[in-house]
Design a protein. Structure first.
Length: 243
């Protein structure tokens, strides 16, 4: 498969001073495991850097664009923009999957199209741009690529977030505010998986998992809403657990 870095630069609209950073951002850990001499490191450290930078850039943009939003609404909006599904979709539109360096096993299991691989590559790419081109260029890149998603955010969209819907439902029924508690954290520091439980009126309704706590909370809320809906029609006996 053609992995011409010049082609990637053209698609991204970014000319790297250090093409090695671009290549590193596209290097999956499975490739390192099979080709340690060719690629001594994966994109995981760049992913860490890009994740932190993305969160700050998106938070600032939303803060400036939406003075009508509360802190909670801004938090939910940021989570919507930087969640794995959104970043994976953005990476897919850039065609990053075609250029990932993958091990044979990951290749054979459809690794180029996996949302997690694409999202991690996008975060790593942001980290690479930040190191290579500086803060302003990296921020411009992030805003250019994610603008369709940032622009889609509004108070009405945030209100449809499962956490917001669950809170509205609970308060409307006099059950108070849902509480979320972390049940477990697994995986290495750069690739954590959180499992969270949502509790309403002292009853554990559902669980959810995700790479970030807010993603796990949203999955738990979504499952809780499904559980409540089924219970209202006599179709639920046990709390939900998100896959």
């Amino acid at each position: 498969m053609d992995r011409d870095l010049a082609q990637v630069e053209h698609v991204l609209g970014v000319d790297f001073h250090d093409a090695g950073l671009l290549r590193l951002s596209l290097t999956h850990s499975s490739y390192v495991n099979e080709h340690p001499q060719d690629a001594p490191a994966s994109n995981e450290r760049l992913e860490y850097l890009g994740d932190a930078f993305l969160g700050a850039v998106v938070a600032r943009r939303l803060y400036l664009d939406h003075p009508e939003m509360s802190e909670g609404e801004l938090t939910e909006a940021r989570a919507f923009v930087v969640r794995g599904e959104t970043l994976g979709a953005a990476a897919g539109e850039l065609g990053l999957g075609e250029h990932l360096l993958l091990g044979q096993g990951e290749e054979q299991t459809g690794g180029r199209g996996k949302t997690n691989n694409l999202a991690c590559a996008f975060e790593a790419l942001v980290g690479a741009v930040y190191l290579d081109k500086g803060h302003e260029a990296a921020e411009a890149f992030v805003l250019r690529v994610l603008q369709p998603y940032i622009g889609a955010v509004g108070a009405s969209q945030v209100a449809q977030d499962p956490k917001s819907l669950l809170q509205e439902m609970a308060q409307a029924n006099g059950l108070g505010v849902p509480r979320y508690r972390v049940l477990s954290e697994t995986g290495p520091g750069h690739d954590r998986t959180f499992t969270v439980e949502v509790v309403v009126a002292d009853e554990a309704l559902a669980q959810g998992s995700g790479r970030r706590k807010v993603e796990a909370e949203r999955e738990a809320a979504r499952s809780a809403l499904t559980y409540v809906e089924r219970a209202s029609t006599g179709g639920a006996n046990e709390p939900e657990t998100a896959p």
